[in-house]
Design a protein around this ligand. Sequence first.
Ligand SMILES: [Ca+2]
Ligand SMILES: [Ca+2]
Length: 194
Amino acid sequence: MPETLLCALKGCADGYFYIPTLGPFFNGEPGPPKSLKIELLFDNPKLAGDQTGGTSPYPELANYPDGKVDLKDYNWMQYQYGKNEGMVGWDYMSDVVPDRKCDLKDLNTVANNYGGVGSYSNDLSGVTVHFDTGETETPNGDGFVNIPDGATEFHVKKNGSPIGAMVTFWKEPLAPPSAAAKKMLGDGLTWVMM
Ligand SMILES: [Ca+2]
Ligand SMILES: [Ca+2]
């Protein structure tokens, strides 16, 4: 299981994301991430802009959604306004409309959804991650998929339709199959070939 959390993004209901590259990442870690985890799913577009106010399950990650777009979100976004990926103080969670900068588009999304409330799902059934390199990956039981080499962006879908998500990015890839699993796979291949 990947162990080093680098950052988190929470986008809009269209399920679009980029792969964070420049940081800054938590604890000064270098990037880029090798795996990602689908944390939360939402199809209510009014939840775009709910970036903070909740209790984070990760000590490194200060900002976590709480199911409502309110003054906490707006004030925090105003504080992040004008920062870009790579700048000191940049926080990926402030990139509501994911494009590597926190500008008027992001702030306006929070303003337009102000007062929005809703709930999140962590039901991964039917969820797929579609990378711009052409790979389509299915999250494991914990929500993780490896990021293919060369991928720069991806879409999250559920049953083939785009869905909003919060995604965390991790330093390590998912462990390759264990020796025992490889042997089983190898035997299976032999069996299929015979
Ligand atoms: Ca909130
Ligand atoms: Ca943005």
